[in-house]
Design a protein. Structure first.
Length: 354
């Protein structure tokens, strides 16, 4: 088992990484449980089918009991109606302020459960046990919680750190290949914005060594979050590909793309915009395309990218006639730039003609 620490001044917590840790999850979360040893678990129907036996056995061995809330799977369920449904379940279960909520699942479950925990009785403890690659390398760490609105992604949310993150890469063996590919988009993002060495490793193609890449991504993110918990500076770089990616998800009604698939398309567009504007070194977009394609991700948005512009106006980072884009100067180095919608339109038009 490997341990990383998110070194926040007031909300310090550990990330545990290792094959088989789901079987010992009860021992790890027991210090955060209420005195009666009971917890509330939030999961989705697919994860529950795959992980229920291992998770339940681990709690039993630790002397803990649980009540489970099993949600439908899918991004469309990261919504206000589903959040209200969680609150109703918390009330029926008499979840009190000393309670512990455990998010067992992917990014949708973690975001929704974290937001519910942050706002129920003004905050109850929660822990993350991410079971998808995307959640293990990214969304389970850092405390961003939110739900989507029809107007855009993650528009209602808050920062609320977990007490613990337990990552068991063996859970990835239960996932379909599409989910692994989606998670690899976030891995590639970390290489593109911060680690040329990681990017070079990814250029050799899929390896199956998930523990190593999970540890590297979590190391990068934990260090960034420790320096900028509230996304006011350096942490913005973690949004590379997400501004355009969120617009793509919204354009498709949160149905067509997995989050990572949309981010892959968004990174490709962002790299192209940067090159067109002369802000990104020539050839970076092609390098990024090659690695994304090598890991099974599409890099060509199937529609006209100009149709994404209206969605950018409702992005959380929009204002003053533009939106804050994360661009690459080169592989391994990124920066934030407030970019006008006029500039974005011009760059997208140039890309369409190329």
């Amino acid at each position: 088992m490997e341990k990383l620490t998110v070194g926040l001044a007031e909300n310090k917590y550990d990330i545990l990484i290792g094959d088989g840790l789901l079987d010992d999850a009860g021992e790890f979360i027991r210090p955060f449980c209420p005195t009666d040893g009971s917890i509330v678990t939030v999961t989705d129907e697919n994860v529950w089918e795959a992980c229920r036996e291992r998770f339940s056995s681990s709690l039993s061995r630790a002397g803990l009991t649980y009540r489970a809330i099993v949600l439908p799977a899918g991004e469309r369920h990261k919504s206000l109606p589903d959040l209200l449904g969680l609150f109703d379940s918390f009330a029926r279960m008499s979840l009190m302020r000393d309670g512990l909520v455990v998010a067992l699942g992917g990014g949708v479950t973690g975001d929704l459960c974290g937001f519910a925990a942050a706002t129920w009785m003004r905050g109850v403890k929660f822990a993350q046990i991410p079971t998808t690659l995307l959640a293990q390398v990214d969304s389970s760490v850092g405390g961003k919680t939110a739900v989507n609105l029809p107007q855009g992604k993650n528009l209602v949310g808050t920062f609320y750190q977990p007490k613990l993150v337990v990552i068991d890469p063996s859970t990835l063996r239960t996932l379909p290949a599409r989910e692994i590919r989606s998670g690899m988009a976030e891995v590639i993002k970390y290489g593109a914005i911060r680690s040329r060495e990681l990017f070079k490793t990814l250029e050799t193609g899929p390896s199956g060594d998930f523990s190593r890449i999970i540890h590297e991504c979590c190391r990068i993110k934990s260090e960034i979050v420790a320096r900028d918990e509230r996304d006011l500076g350096e942490r913005m770089l973690l949004n590379f590909g997400h501004t355009m990616g969120h617009a793509i998800e919204k354009q498709s009604g949160f149905e067509r793309y997995r989050h990572g698939e949309a981010v892959a398309l968004g990174m490709t567009l962002a790299a192209g915009i940067g090159e067109t504007m002369g802000l990104t070194a020539p050839g970076v977009a092609n390098s990024l395309r090659r690695v994304l394609t090598l890991h099974g991700l599409d890099t060509d948005y199937p529609g006209n990218p100009l149709e994404l512009l209206p969605s950018l106006t409702t992005d959380k980072k929009s204002g003053d006639g533009g939106v804050r884009l994360i661009l690459l100067s080169e592989i391994g180095a990124a920066f934030a730039r407030q970019t006008s919608f006029t500039e974005i339109r011009g760059a997208l038009e140039d890309l369409a003609r190329a």
